[in-house]
Ligand binder design. Structure first.
Ligand SMILES: [Zn+2]
Length: 296
């Protein structure tokens, strides 16, 4: 592992890094990664935008489960991996963070200007009038509409999905937009079957295009939504490094792959490259001599 840290530190110390993070970075915050090795396969197929908007029963089921799952997501705190990314930004080595996660934990860890590719679970949007509100406020309204809703929370998925019996779902009352009065509310996250807003994608492509290195953290790159940035970097000749537990669909494009728990790997990396960095290190490869070797 020390050799891997050496190689990783050598690449990151050159700066100009853009991070692309996924669910694997948040597993150590207690948010399961249903695709990674620590998470079981998802029990339900993910909610699609089409089902959510067209099927009132499916929508009720989504909100009933999400109402419970949200509490777990809301309690989650950033872990050492998120904090290490913020340190790398603070040291001027990481120029930007693109995350596929909807948990807001990069921002909570102190990372500035995180691009949340798939939105944030703590915001709610009205599909009719576009009004945005906080999930906290919706949570309060849903609690008022469902006094005594006391279901057993089973397995929780990263988007706040939980297991509920049919009769528990049937008893759940959803609420509409308070601004226009009748609009359908949806968490401000990109569902399956929905596309990421084009300006957000363009912004991410520009970030990747300007990077010296693309560092993928905790994503299996299963969906094209994230994988396309690896493909773009590879096409532009920008090196890609992938740190993830288990293989990914981008491994064939990576200059380096690291299979390690990110909550240990990233602090070791940050210790290694941040301590002695007072200004951007101009060339990749060389590490300041004063930095002690990390042991993982
Ligand atoms: Zn509305």
């Amino acid at each position: 592992m020390t050799e891997t840290i050496d190689a990783l530190a050598g690449l990151v110390a050159g700066g100009g890094v853009v991070v692309l993070s996924g669910a694997g970075l948040s597993t150590e915050s207690g948010i399961p990664d249903y695709r990674g090795p620590s998470g079981a396969a998802r029990r339900h197929s993910p909610m699609t935008y089409q089902t959510f908007t067209r099927d009132p029963l499916a929508r009720r089921r989504y909100w009933a489960r999400s109402h419970l799952g949200w509490r777990m997501i809301a309690r989650a705190a950033p872990n050492d991996g998120h904090r290490a990314v913020a340190r790398l930004q603070d040291a001027g080595l990481v120029d930007g963070v693109i995350t596929q996660n909807v948990d807001g934990l990069h921002t909570a860890a102190g990372s500035p200007q995180v691009v949340e590719l798939h939105g944030r679970l703590d915001e709610v949007v009205c599909l009719d009038c576009g009004n945005r509100t906080s999930r906290e406020e919706l949570d309060r309204r849903l609690r008022e509409a469902n006094p005594g809703f006391d279901a057993v929370v089973g397995a929780v998925n990263p988007d706040g999905d939980v297991e509920l019996a049919d009769e528990q779902v049937a008893a759940f009352r959803t609420v509409d937009c308070t601004f226009c009065g009748t609009g359908m509310l949806k968490p401000d996250v990109v569902f399956f079957g929905e596309t990421v807003p084009a300006p957000r994608v363009s912004h991410c492509f520009a970030m990747v295009g300007a990077a010296r290195l693309l560092l993928v953290l905790g994503s299996s790159l299963t969906v094209m939504s994230g994988r396309r940035f690896v493909l773009r970097a590879a096409k532009l000749g920008i090196p890609v490094v992938i740190a993830n537990q288990g293989p990914t669909r981008g491994d064939g494009y990576a200059a380096l792959t690291v299979d390690a728990p990110l909550g240990r790997l990233l602090p070791a990396l940050a210790d290694r490259v941040c301590g002695a960095v007072s200004a951007r290190v101009p060339a990749a490869g060389a590490l300041p001599a004063a930095v002690a070797p990390a042991t993982l």
